[in-house]
Design a binder for this molecule. Structure first.
Ligand code: ACO
Length: 321
């Protein structure tokens, strides 16, 4: 059977760090409020010349280098983003162009904060179906460009960045490394709780992010734990067998509550929300890359990824590294 094996990871962050203290000068907020409610201390914000595509390209180059591959080895690029450089062409094809890849196929995935989980699931299916051999799966965002910087209830939460993973198709057994399972969910009836109030077809504007934070919080832990438990049950895996839990980095309180409900000790949870903020589809691959490079995630580990975001969309992926 075909398996989708992780060959390398990479990430990229904008040059500029914006601390909570910096935000105190822009809106009526405090470092204490932000840290207490979210665990965020700082975030990176894209400056001139830095875009979703440029950050995605930088992360992709690092992932290729870590995999010992060159751009020409790639025949599938999937880029998850809610903040593309252009309405079209897709940011994935723009990354492809910058890397000099002219073969295979490329497309974007839009599932907001669940984008990377959706993209990994999609890449895994194409590889297992034999339609591609090596995939670049990228999560890249510049939420700073859709945040309303006068709205303190949202602007303090988000940051920019990108992360990438190279997946390769390989013959193997169920006990070998590779993506073990993926489970995706969506429920559009929650669309008005987290959305952007603009778009090319509705207003002809980019719009701003709007969120009913308390409502999102209320649903997050239940949805996350439900899809994770479903995935683990299908694999006959217990929470104790998870080596690393890499959740979407929206809020430390949601992460801690989810880990607790799942019975995963906090020492096994990769947390980067303190330094990256919520980078939407980029948050999981950014966190993965941090934990791979500092030696936490290594070959053979069982790694659980999960995310929940606008739509609502949510899902989980379990990978044997
Ligand atoms: N600084 C200071 N005070 C603030 C700020 C701020 N930045 N923002 C809001 N407040 C005030 C509010 O005005 C309110 O004041 P009031 O009581 O006088 O009306 C008070 O703080 C409490 O506001 P709440 O919204 O009730 O605060 P809450 O404890 O719910 O925390 C938060 C807000 C952090 C947004 C929380 O609801 C949350 O994390 N929700 C989930 C959001 C999330 O994770 N979204 C992303 C998931 S999906 C995705 O990643 C796209």
């Amino acid at each position: 059977m075909f398996r989708s094996v992780v060959r390398g990871t990479g990430s990229a962050l904008p040059r500029q760090v914006v601390t909570n203290q910096d935000l105190e000068t822009r809106v009526e907020t405090s470092d204490e409020w932000i840290q207490q409610r979210t665990g965020i201390k700082q975030r990176y914000i894209a400056g001139e010349g830095e875009t979703t595509v440029s950050l995605g390209e930088a992360a992709a180059r690092k992932a290729l280098e870590a995999a010992g591959l060159v751009p020409d080895d790639i025949d599938l690029v999937i880029l998850a983003t809610a903040t593309p450089d252009n309405t079209f062409p897709a940011s994935s094809t723009q990354v492809q162009r910058r890397l000099g890849i002219t073969k295979g196929f490329a497309f974007d995935v839009q599932a907001v904060c669940s984008g990377f989980v959706y993209a990994m699931t999609t890449a895994d299916l194409y590889l297992k179906a034999g339609m591609a051999r090596r995939a670049l799966v990228i999560g890249a965002e510049t939420f700073s460009r859709i945040v309303d910087w006068s709205d303190r209830t949202t602007c303090v939460l988000f940051g920019d960045g990108a992360g990438a993973v190279v997946l390769e198709r390989e013959e193997g057994e169920a006990s070998d490394p590779g993506v073990l399972i993926a489970r995706l969910r969506a429920d559009g009836s929650h669309g008005d709780k987290l959305f952007v109030d603009g778009g090319p077809s509705s207003t002809g504007t980019i719009g701003h992010l709007r969120m009913e934070g308390r409502e999102v919080f209320k649903h997050a832990v239940g949805m996350i734990t439900d899809v994770v438990e479903d995935s683990l049950q299908a694999l006959s895996l217990s929470a104790a067998e998870i080596d690393w839990f890499v959740p979407h980095q929206a809020n430390r309180r949601i992460i801690e509550a989810s880990a607790k409900k799942l019975g995963i000790p906090i020492e096994k949870v990769v947390i980067t929300v303190d330094r990256h903020g919520n980078t939407s589809a980029a948050s999981i691959p950014l966190a993965i890359d941090v934990a791979v490079r500092d030696g936490r995630i290594s070959t053979g580990d069982i790694v659980l990824l999960e995310a929940m975001g606008g739509g609502f969309t949510w899902g989980a992926v379990v990978v044997r590294w």
